[in-house]
Write a protein that binds this ligand. Structure first.
Ligand code: GDP
Length: 526
């Protein structure tokens, strides 16, 4: 197969949702349809259960699982599907945001009873920043939920995106019968009692005006015909280009748990979701069809095997063909590196791979040299953009709790920050180190991992800060003045850039008003 054919048959995406909406269940059903797994229950939820904040075993368990399910690839009707997993817990949402930089589209799962929830909104904001195409799957139709039309309005309003239903539920709750496929204009009714397997036990109806429909769904047939007519009247024809620009979300209804509406979703997804697209670097745009390899690391996973302290770096291929044992240029270090056992991820297994193509994720063994965002090329000095760090909102001083392990601590902190676990700021005034996080659980993870992976002990001390923001200015005089006045609140980030640590919304606002030539950035990419 040519490079072009390989690229065009790839779909790399993430499933995102507010916890409990059904992301894990849907993922599993997609894998079942893809033949990647054969029974339900093979995909473990990567959720940290509520109240388990201090349960480190739970964190470890979650990390173990999320390695196995970091990337799940499978073949379906000649399409290579790559699902990128994202952490369920909101304290690790930075990880999710980074993963979203490596996908070409997303599927958002929404619970039909709860509608749009807090994390759905946040994740959608990230999608909007990048114009990522979005498909919505409204789940749990086997329960009584909101009216479908109401849900569509809610999505349009709250997620600020136009919608177009491509499937429609036949009733809801205990009498839920299945979905009408508006994309293919036909109907599959499932009758199998065993919901854990995929069956061929379906009745196909190609025309909803057919009396056959009434024999199967009784009184609901008329309601369906009315609803469909209404939908066709209200919503314009589905337009694939508007979807691919991220302006229109096709919406599917179903029940992941009961296999309803999942196949309709998967078939349509394979049809309309974009294949790997162009990516932006600091020098130029990269076209996936370019012959030479380029790619970037969007995730680093440590300690896959407790007996080996190595890490796996996840490389997203952006152009060209990746080949095992071929030397590639690691832009960060300027070194040429080759990989003898790169991993591909099929279902929840990993295996050594000889070739990989744009859209694929390759796992590279790393002994602590790689950072999130690192770029690989065949010699060109470019850096991929768009993997931001976000302004943290939780801060603590980090101190060494074991004087004999100073070096181990420094190394551990360094590597954990490279992995993107949290951000480190060094106060200019006295060199004290501050950890900045988005979620409180990250502090626990750092302390636990320092101890178990680096034999180092750390202690936290409280510091009252509101937000960290990156500052820059062309007005040197004003910047110098700012540095002098805010001396106690200026720190350097890991890359030596200036960061203002505001202790209240008020002091931030005051600084912004007073120093008009200084730009205050809330993500590290500017
Ligand atoms: P996640 O947190 O988004 O990954 O959600 P899960 O997939 O773990 O699902 C959360 C809960 O909802 C689990 O108890 C699932 O069994 C349940 N669930 C998922 N899909 C459905 C569905 O279609 N109908 C019903 N009734 N429950 C579902």
């Amino acid at each position: 197969m040519s490079l072009e054919q390989e690229i065009k048959r790839r779909r790399t995406f993430a499933i995102i949702s507010h916890p409990d909406a059904g992301k894990t269940t849907l993922t599993e059903k997609l894998l079942l349809f893809g033949g990647a797994i054969h029974v339900a229950g093979a995909v473990k939820s990567n959720k940290i259960k509520k109240g388990a904040t201090s349960d480190f075993m739970e964190i470890e368990r979650q990390r173990g699982i999320s390695v196995a399910t970091s990337v799940m690839g499978f073949e379906y009707n000649d399409i290579k599907v790559n699902i990128l997993d994202t952490p369920g817990h909101e304290d690790f949402q930075e990880d999710t945001f980074r993963t979203l930089t490596a996908v070409d589209s997303v599927i958002i799962v929404i619970d039909c009873a709860k509608g749009v929830e807090a994390q759905t909104r946040k994740l959608m904001n990230v999608c909007r920043m990048r114009n990522t195409p979005v498909i919505v799957f409204i789940n749990k139709l086997d329960r009584i939920g909101k009216d479908p039309f109401e849900l569509l309005d809610e999505i349009e309003e709250e997620l600020k995106i136009k919608t177009r239903p491509l499937s429609w539920p036949i009733s809801m709750g205990p009498s839920f019968k299945g979905v009408y496929n508006m994309y293919e204009r036909n109907l599959n009714l499932f009758f199998s009692e065993d919901k854990t397997v995929v069956t061929d036990d379906v009745v196909k109806i190609d025309d909803i005006s057919s009396p056959e429909l009434d024999t199967y769904v009784g009184d609901y047939a008329e309601k369906l015909r009315e609803d469909v007519e209404l939908v066709e009247g209200i919503y314009p024809e589905f337009d694939i280009d508007t979807y691919r620009r991220g302006e229109l979300a096709p919406v599917f209804f179903g029940s992941a748990l009961n296999n309803f509406g999942v196949k309709e979703l998967l078939n349509c997804f394979c049809d309309i979701a974009p294949y790997p697209q162009k990516t932006v670097t600091d020098a130029r745009e990269i076209d996936p069809f370019e012959e030479k390899l380029t790619g970037f690391i969007f995730k680093i996973h440590a300690n896959m095997d407790p007996n080996h302290r190595n890490r796996i770096a996840f490389l997203k291929i952006c152009s060209g063909t990746f080949e095992r044992n071929k030397p590639y240029f690691h832009v960060g270090s300027g070194k040429s590196l080759r990989f003898s056992s790169p991993n591909a991820f099929m279902a929840s297994k990993k295996e050594v791979v000889d070739f990989a193509y744009p859209g694929d994720i390759v796992g590279l063994h790393d002994t602590g040299n790689f950072k999130i965002g690192d770029t690989f090329t065949e010699g060109e000095k470019i850096n991929f953009k768009g993997i931001p760090s976000f302004s943290p909102e939780l801060f603590q001083y980090i101190e060494n709790a074991d004087p004999l392990k100073f070096k181990q601590l420094a190394k551990g902190v360094d590597q954990l920050m490279d992995e993107g676990v949290a951000q480190l700021f060094t106060l200019k005034m006295n060199g004290r180190k501050i950890i900045g996080c988005v979620g409180a659980l990250q502090f626990d993870v750092i302390q636990y991992r320092l101890e178990h992976e680096y034999t180092a002990k750390c202690r936290y001390e409280p510091i009252s800060l509101y937000k960290a923001c990156w500052i820059e200015s062309d007005n040197k005089e004003q910047l110098d003045d700012f540095m002098r006045r805010k001396y106690t609140h200026v720190a350097l980030d890991k890359h030596g850039r200036n960061v203002f640590l505001a202790d209240s919304p008020y002091s931030l606002q005051l600084a912004q008003e007073k120093f008009t030539d200084i730009k205050f950035h809330f993500t590290s990419e500017f």
